[in-house]
Design a protein around this ligand. Structure first.
Ligand code: ATP
Ligand code: MG
Length: 263
């Protein structure tokens, strides 16, 4: 088992009750878990808890989490630093926002690589080019000398994904990785994410509003509402035989094209 989350509670500063309550799921190596649910249901909170990057004042107030059998709740800050970015990494909703607009992508990418590994500039550059190429970015050398505002949203997101997969992490966390993009680019990037994870044997937790995307790429599905689990199981089972009314409502909101659910 790669990741095991049991009875997770997360409490935000000043709140008497946990915002996320009693959430449990497991992820095997190579599996993709999708988390779906309405806005405010706690999806981001759950993945931030897994990466130990909750906002200041928020904390895990109950439950257990383990990664490859290691208790995540007892890691030291140093152990977190070596895990984050290399074993577990995060893809954000808009990677462009996470980057500095006044420096080139290359400068930031090389710095990122050098803070996580002991390689020289040239080796870091070559590794960056390799990952950008893997993400279907044409002219990766050009990308390296560009600024974020010079790229389209889809290209920026591909750069963000390239950075996240640089060290072949065992677990990728993706929070609405395509929701800032147009529909065509969304579909391409979802396809690429699937290719990358399946091809490298990595596992992924993907948060999405789009149950169509979730059903297309995930093995397991966690449906959340108001900080709690509505339903969790094999994606096929949940989609074909939803138990909860809430899941049925979510499914009913997905447009069907030619009798097939559209991702
Ligand atoms: N920094 C914070 N301080 C206090 N409460 C917060 C904070 N961040 C989130 N919350 C609350 O926690 C709950 C869950 O928020 P979260 O962002 O995890 O939901 P979400 O499912 O990711 O929503 P969305 O689909 O809109 O991204 C919400 O009620 C939200 O108001
Ligand atoms: Mg969110």
């Amino acid at each position: 088992m790669l990741l095991q989350v049991s009875h997770l509670d997360v409490t935000y500063h000043g709140k008497a009750e946990p915002t996320v309550h009693d959430v449990s799921f497991e992820l095997e190596r190579g599996q993709i878990l999708a988390i779906v649910g309405e806005s405010g249901s706690g999806k981001t909170t759950v993945i931030r808890a897994v990466l130990n990057c909750l906002p200041r004042g928020a904390g895990i107030s109950g439950g257990k989490m383990s990664f490859e059998g290691k208790d995540l709740l007892s890691l030291s800050p140093g152990e977190w630093r070596s895990l984050r970015g290399s074993e577990i990494s995060m893809i954000f909703q808009d990677s462009g926002n996470m980057m500095n607009p006044v420096h080139t992508i290359g400068k930031q990418y090389i710095e990122y690589i050098q803070t996580h590994s002991d390689v020289n500039r040239q080796e870091a550059y070559d590794l960056a080019i390799e990952k950008l190429t893997l993400m279907n970015l044409p002219n990766p050398e050009n990308i390296m000398s560009s600024y974020t505002f010079e790229l389209s949203g889809g290209m920026r997101q591909r750069v963000g994904i390239a950075m996240a997969i640089t060290f072949q992490p065992k677990l990728l966390l993706a929070d609405e990785p395509t929701s800032a993009l147009d529909v065509t680019t969304q579909a391409q990037i979802v396809g690429e994410l699937m290719f990358i994870t399946r091809g490298s044997g990595a596992s992924m937790i993907i948060v999405t509003h789009n149950i169509g995307v979730a059903s297309y790429l995930s093995d397991r599905l966690l449906v959340m509402r108001q900080g709690k689990t509505v339903e969790c199981g094999k994606t096929k089972d949940v989609i074909e035989h939803p138990q909860a009314d809430y899941t049925k409502t979510l499914l009913a909101s997905v447009p069907e094209i030619g009798g097939k659910r559209y991702a």
